[in-house]
Write a protein that binds this ligand. Structure first.
Ligand SMILES: *Cc1c(COP(=O)(O)O)cnc(C)c1O
Length: 420
């Protein structure tokens, strides 16, 4: 018995019985030919929630009317603004509230946390990462090695897929970790590879890293707001992510950080500090001697960048209402439906490079078209469907469950079917 159908009616009915369908109307969509576009690019930049503008107006109002008083008064006193974000982020990431903070931006946070946790000593100085990691992560690790006076190609171990394959096998990742048991200082992996859409087994990688006494760190840029995590229970040491992809907080929005409580509660965990990470009881005494807050916010450095957090706060209120589990359930359905429809296109030469196993992927499918990738991408854009294109021939399609429908996915299929 087939779970899905190519009939458009199937999509209409699936939308009709979708408990999250109404969230779509809470977003602004770019217009194409007088209509909302279909937006499958939330893995790059999420859409703007309609409540975002009012959230900015609230803080502009506090600034206008209270000025410096806005730090302690007004609807959302700025002294605590970053803390308002933590409870929902903690749910999304499977963390305790005190293990979460919002600050800076993703690569900056990656640097700061690596400076805390990568402590090369003697021959234990190696960093394991995935080959083809996002360039910013590669640059961060390369320059971190040099910062410690080490040669990047001597300390960075990159694990690549087997010849002829596009995805990493968990058993190979784990075997590589054990093979470097004596020399590995840190494993830094993406949660989901931005190009292939592969979701790695974070729990297994963390356990293997800990078995050899290495730090387990993750860049969850493509995971945050996409796939529910259990970072606390998995014992992850630290994780960082951005908020402008699936979290819909707008371009350059404040980044997120997880530091496991066993490190965060220890004031002696090394770090680069600033006054916002200092205990609030002594912060304004302006005295010598840094006394870190004994939670993840002990890594805060500067005054909260309130206007860079406002949109995230507005967006997290939607996540709170939708619930990460319900979002993931819908996402599994949407992406499986997209996969099913694509599989019916027998005449088209293409390959889905994202894992078939739903537990090894998030919303995104990466489609490799050896011949017509560019033409297909152009046709989609001309038809009001926003997807992105990466050389050579890869179209990434990410139906984000907050604002994408089954009908949207069906439309993508129809265009492929009619024109290619
Ligand atoms: C999007 C993304 C980044 C971007 O980093 P910024 O510091 O926010 O510019 C970094 N790493 C990964 C894996 C990403 O997907």
């Amino acid at each position: 018995m087939e779970r899905f159908s190519t009939d458009r009616l199937y999509a209409t009915q699936a939308d009709h019985s979708d408990a999250l369908a109404s969230f779509k109307s809470e977003f602004h969509f770019p217009q194409h030919a007088g209509q909302d576009v279909i937006y499958f690019c939330g893995n790059s930049l999420g859409l703007q929630p309609k409540p975002t503008a009012a959230a900015f107006e609230t803080e502009l109002g506090s600034w206008r009317e209270l000025a410096v008083g806005g730090y302690f008064n007004g609807p959302n006193p700025w002294l605590y603004y970053h803390q308002f974000l933590s409870p929902t982020l903690a749910k999304i990431m499977g963390a305790q509230v005190q293990e979460i903070t919002a600050m800076n931006a993703l690569t900056v946070n990656l640097h700061l946390l690596m400076l805390s946790f990568y402590r090369p000593s003697g021959k234990r100085n190696k960093i394991l990462m995935e080959a083809g990691a996002f360039p910013s992560d590669q640059y961060a690790v390369e320059t971190l090695a040099r910062h410690h006076g080490l040669q990047p190609d001597e300390v960075i171990i990159e694990i690549a897929p087997l010849d002829g394959e596009k995805l990493l096998r968990t058993e190979d990742i784990l075997a590589t970790i054990s093979a470097h048991a004596d020399s590995l200082a840190m494993v830094l992996f993406g949660g989901i590879n931005y190009y292939t859409g592969q979701l790695f087994d974070i729990a297994a990688i963390t356990e293997a890293a800990h078995q050899v006494h290495a730090i387990a760190a993750f860049d969850l840029a493509h995971v945050a707001g996409n796939v529910p995590m259990q970072l606390h229970d998995w014992q992850v040491d630290f994780a960082v992510w951005c908020s402008y992809k699936y979290l819909n907080a707008g371009p350059g929005a404040v980044g997120g950080v997880f530091v496991h409580e066993r490190h965060a509660s220890d004031a002696n965990t090394p770090r680069l500090a600033g006054w916002w990470g200092n205990d609030e009881k002594t912060r304004f005494k302006m005295e010598k001697g840094f006394h870190p807050k004994t939670d993840a916010s002990g890594w805060n450095i500067s005054t909260s960048q309130v206007f860079n957090m406002v949109a995230l706060k507005a967006s997290l209120e939607q996540f709170e209402r939708a619930g990460m589990d319900r979002l993931r359930n819908k996402s599994l359905q949407l992406t499986a439906y997209l996969e099913f429809l694509l599989q019916q296109l027998s005449g088209l030469n293409f390959e889905i490079i994202t894992p078939k196993d739903a537990s090894s992927r998030g919303a995104q499918l990466s489609l490799y078209f050896p011949e017509q990738g560019k033409a297909i991408h152009q046709k989609m854009i001309d038809s009001g469907i926003i997807v992105d294109y990466r050389e050579p021939g890869v179209i990434r399609v990410a139906p984000a469950p907050l604002y994408c429908s089954f009908t949207d996915v069906h439309r993508f299929y129809e265009i492929l079917k009619e024109h290619f």
